[in-house]
Design a protein around this ligand. Structure first.
Ligand SMILES: [Fe+2]
Length: 223
């Protein structure tokens, strides 16, 4: 089983995640200590104007460190829904996880835009496999769990962030995440780590939900 973390803000200086090379290295050690073998680096991308070259340069630097530690690093992105709305579906292929057809799509924190489902179909028609990042943080999913069922029905896969599962007891994030897990709608649990401390939730998730972690590894295998 290749333990893969598909959502991680481990690249420094490109979003609200790691702030320095040293912090990225500490995060790599924390990931290694969790047993993570592959990390998909998924910095936030909000617009087609965002500087992908800078991200790729930082990726190369961090990958060299990861090689030394024994972790495989792959380039990916966390594509904000606004990027999807303003970009041709074919051009969204550039944001897939390295060597795969998977793309991590971040919904809004409020309500989904009218074109949400149509644009997802457009991506799927381009051969892109859409993974929805932490639907538990989106009010639409919180208020209407059938939306998560609908997304799974149309071929999306859903990813819960480990930190949302172990936050405050009655939080809407946690409640929604647990509902989706209990209904078998979740294909991936990821760290969504922005700092070293976030990996402690990933470790907890590995212990509490080994079946989903196994599924996460299988979903990432041979891609
Ligand atoms: Fe994220």
């Amino acid at each position: 089983m290749n333990i893969t973390d598909i959502h991680c803000h481990i690249l420094y200086g490109v979003d609200d995640g790691s702030g320095s090379l040293d912090e990225s290295i500490s995060m790599l050690h924390a990931a290694y200590a969790c047993g993570i073998e592959t990390v998909i680096c998924t910095p936030h991308v909000y617009s087609a104007e965002d500087d992908l070259q800078k991200i790729r340069n930082v990726f190369k630097t961090v990958r060299a460190e990861a090689d030394r530690i024994g972790i495989q690093l792959r380039q990916g992105y966390e594509c904000n829904y606004r990027l999807m709305l303003e970009t041709e579906a074919a051009d969204m292929r550039a944001y897939r996880f390295e060597d795969t057809d998977m793309l991590l799509l971040e919904p809004p924190s409020g309500y989904l835009p009218d074109l949400w489902e149509n644009r997802i179909y457009d991506l799927q028609n381009e051969g892109i496999e859409v993974i929805i990042a932490h639907p538990e943080r989106c009010r639409d999913f919180q208020e209407n769990i059938s939306l998560a069922r609908r997304m799974a029905e149309i071929g999306c896969r859903l990813q819960v962030s480990a930190c949302d599962l172990f936050g405050g007891f009655f939080s809407a994030y946690k409640k929604t995440a647990l509902k989706m897990i209990n209904e078998g709608l979740i294909s991936f649990i990821a760290s969504d780590a922005h700092c070293v401390g976030d990996f402690r939730y990933y470790l907890k998730a590995m212990k509490r939900y080994p079946h989903i972690m196994k599924q996460t590894a299988e979903n990432c295998a041979d891609r």
